[in-house]
Unconditional design. Structure first.
Length: 224
């Protein structure tokens, strides 16, 4: 019993460290190419280096961080080609997830989805990036849960994380939060109305804007 408890605690510490690092990276608290110190993180989180190292290994496998030849970790700077590939994949995945969500979503879920798009629009109009990001996350979580395919959902989450930080920054730079929110509203209405033919064009339009904005932001980062 004690062994199982210890294993559970160790797993929880790894998850805590992983979640902390994901949030720090996707919000640019840890900027691109920033070095990551295991000792510093262990001190900040009040845990040993072992769960930190395991969390870093997981993030490396997902492409969010890179390990150098000297075994030092840093936040990954994605290339334009990787952005293109991620957007191509997300276009396919999101079309599938939104379609499955449209087929499965109940009345309560449909109402929540529409409410979340209104929260996104309101937050965007007030330039409230924190609440916009929270509503956006809940929107996609609701869609993923309704689609009910964990394999595809996991791939969507990992792929989105690779470019999410650049998308959020680009949306702010180009003042696209409002238009992005309205694109989500179009998608939500297609899902709620079970208008399957409208989903793919809406995803394509949204992804085209996302792709263009991220590439512009990435090119600016590569210039400096």
């Amino acid at each position: 019993m004690a062994t199982k408890t210890n294993e559970s605690q160790a797993s929880s510490l790894v998850t805590d460290a992983y979640d902390y690092l994901v949030e720090a990276i996707t919000s640019f608290k840890l900027p691109t190419n920033a070095p990551i110190s295991e000792n510093k993180l262990a001190t900040q989180l009040g845990i040993s280096r072992t769960p930190i190292r395991q969390a870093l290994q997981r993030l490396e496998s997902e492409g969010l961080i890179t390990k150098s030849d000297s075994s030092r970790f840093s936040v990954t700077l994605v290339t334009p080609k990787q952005v293109e590939e991620a957007c191509d994949l997300l276009q396919i995945i999101d079309t599938y997830l939104f379609t499955k969500a449209a087929q499965n979503l109940d009345k309560k879920g449909a109402d929540q989805l529409i409410t979340l798009t209104q929260e996104m629009i309101k937050a965007a109009e007030n330039n409230d990036r924190d609440n916009w990001s929270k509503a956006d996350t809940r929107f996609h979580d609701l869609v993923i849960n309704a689609a009910d395919n964990q394999t595809v959902a996991s791939l969507a989450i990992i792929t989105r994380r690779k470019i999410q930080r650049f998308w959020t920054k680009s949306a702010v730079y180009e003042n696209r939060l409002v238009s992005c929110s309205k694109e989500h509203e179009v998608l939500a209405k297609a899902i709620v109305n079970k208008d399957l033919k409208a989903i793919e064009p809406a995803v394509l339009e949204h992804m085209a804007h996302m792709r263009s904005s991220i590439l512009k932001t990435l090119n600016l980062l590569l210039t400096f």
